[in-house]
Design a protein around this ligand. Structure first.
Ligand code: HEM
Length: 452
């Protein structure tokens, strides 16, 4: 890797040639906008909306080498950025928004809940949530896959780590998350913003949404304080975590903030992964039958984490679905010093927009990128590929803490559902939007038939 000494001699990342107003719109279309920006300016391209002291230059990073140079470094050259600051201002401190230095001890405290080994304890909740989906439709019927998969995700997450079934408050959670995340992402990506003290109607609406979700997370904290033996591993881990600066236990408010972010990061993402996978399998019946046969070969008992090694093709299907529709379409960082990225210089203070969607759809990396082909993830092909080319959970120093949880949940759920039910998709397109994470835009209708 290029050392910091070389950085000053490198050329600045080339400026994107698209006109200002087109770029203003494109950067706010957090998935497909990336492709248009890349096609015009290449996989490493700079967008300058205003003088640096008004809005930082945005450097879009969409190549595997760029990913490695931004995410794979251990030299503290990037940190949280304007998006995290907006979320922090709205919803307080949490694992996702804390700057690296404050983040490390919080991560150490929470990591044990989410290790590959420990998430196996949640397998029963995960398979159970998927089995409920199957049991709701014993004779098949017409369903909205988005609604069904959200139920699976909320139940898995809630029962596994939060000590409640989130479905009891599903509507509030889904609506409030949408309002709060759209507001913060939209605000962060505007070159010109109203000052944060101004009580605009959008801000008031977002604040009300956060307050409604806090009521739910406050309840979780109260329940665990009242019953220290309550089965809610994440809440319990937060109750015993300490503040690195003071050595004090975290306040109930801080715990509640963290739980709120886990509800967002841990439910929308897996729900979208599952919804998109079932939708696409509903258009590829041969592949769906192969997934069903793989699961059926294990019998009709409840699937467990020990079955995952024998669900190899199911995992390939999930990977291909995560490539096509990454629930986190992109992430952002602040360059805290001048850094070398894929042969160019990124100036200190730049906003690094890490484009996972564009990376996963780059035709020079993935032939026929729009084609659904799980064989791209055969063990031989994975081995031959650059590890920075497929990053649904990110990588490097600050990846998704819930990766093992999500992988286990989606594998057990997909196998459990497809083993019992045949899915036929109705819509030719998977309509989605990206308020912050990628979510279905409206219902995803499908016809279900029991497999006998
Ligand atoms: C398919 C499912 C999922 C995908 C694709 C995904 C993807 C990601 C990505 C790309 C990030 C990095 C975000 C950034 O740095 O700005 C992230 C962070 C995070 N994810 Fe996930 N995630 C998934 C599921 C989950 C689950 C199930 C949980 C919790 C149980 C979770 C909790 C988190 C948290 C708390 C962070 C912030 C981590 C930190 O900064 O240390 N995610 N996720």
């Amino acid at each position: 890797m290029t050392t910091t000494l070389d950085v000053s001699s490198l050329p600045l990342v080339p400026k994107n040639p698209l006109p200002f107003w087109q770029l203003v719109k494109l950067v706010r279309r957090l998935d497909t906008g990336q492709e248009v920006i890349r096609d015009a300016g290449g996989p490493l391209t700079r967008i300058q909306f205003a003088p640096k002291n008004v809005y930082p230059p945005i450097v879009a990073v969409m190549s595997p080498a760029g990913m490695r140079d931004v995410l794979g470094r251990s030299d503290a050259s990037s940190d949280r950025c304007i998006i995290h600051d907006e979320v922090r201002a709205m919803a307080g401190d949490s694992l996702w928004v804390l700057p690296n230095e404050l983040w490390r001890p919080r991560k150490r405290a929470l990591q044990p809940v989410f290790t590959k080994h420990n998430v196996r304890d949640f397998g029963g909740h995960m398979s159970g949530a998927a089995q409920r989906f199957v049991d709701r439709w014993p004779d098949g019927g017409d369903v909205d896959l988005d609604v069904e998969c959200r139920k699976v995700a909320m139940q898995s997450l809630g029962r596994s780590v939060l000590g409640i079934d989130l479905n009891e408050r599903a509507d509030t959670i889904a609506q409030c998350m949408h309002v709060a995340s759209s507001y913060t992402a939209d605000r962060a990506l505007r070159p010109v913003r109203a000052p944060s003290w101004l009580p605009t109607s959008a801000r008031r609406k977002a604040a009300r949404a956060v307050a409604a979700m806090r009521e739910i997370t406050d309840d979780m904290v109260r329940a665990c304080r009242a019953d220290p033996t309550r089965d809610a591993p994440l809440v319990q881990a937060l109750l015993t975590a300490t503040d690195p600066e003071t050595g004090q236990l975290l306040s109930d408010e801080d715990i509640s903030n963290d739980l709120l972010i886990f509800m967002l990061a841990g439910h929308d993402t897996t729900a979208t992964a599952l919804t998109h996978t079932l939708w696409i399998l509903g258009h590829h019946r041969d592949i769906q039958d192969r997934v069903a046969a793989e699961a059926a070969a294990l019998g009709d008992r409840e699937l467990t984490p020990a079955d995952v090694p024998r669900l190899e093709y199911t995992v390939q299907v999930l990977h291909e679905s995560l490539r096509l529709c990454p629930p986190a379409a992109g992430v952002a960082r602040l360059a805290t010093r001048d850094i070398a990225v894929d042969g160019y210089r990124v100036e200190k203070g730049s906003l690094l927009a890490v484009g996972l969607y564009a990376l996963h759809h780059d035709p020079t990396l993935w032939p026929d990128p729009m084609v659904f082909d799980p064989d791209r993830f055969s063990p031989e092909k994975v081995k031959a590929r650059d590890r920075w080319q497929f990053l649904p959970f990110l990588g490097g120093g600050r990846p998704c803490i819930g990766e093992h949880f999500a992988r286990l949940e989606t594998t057990l759920a997909l196998a459990t559902i497809v083993r019992a039910i045949e899915v036929q998709s109705v819509e030719p397109e998977f309509h989605c939007e990206v308020p912050l994470t990628t979510v279905a835009k409206g219902p995803i209708p499908a016809r279900l038939r029991p497999r006998r």
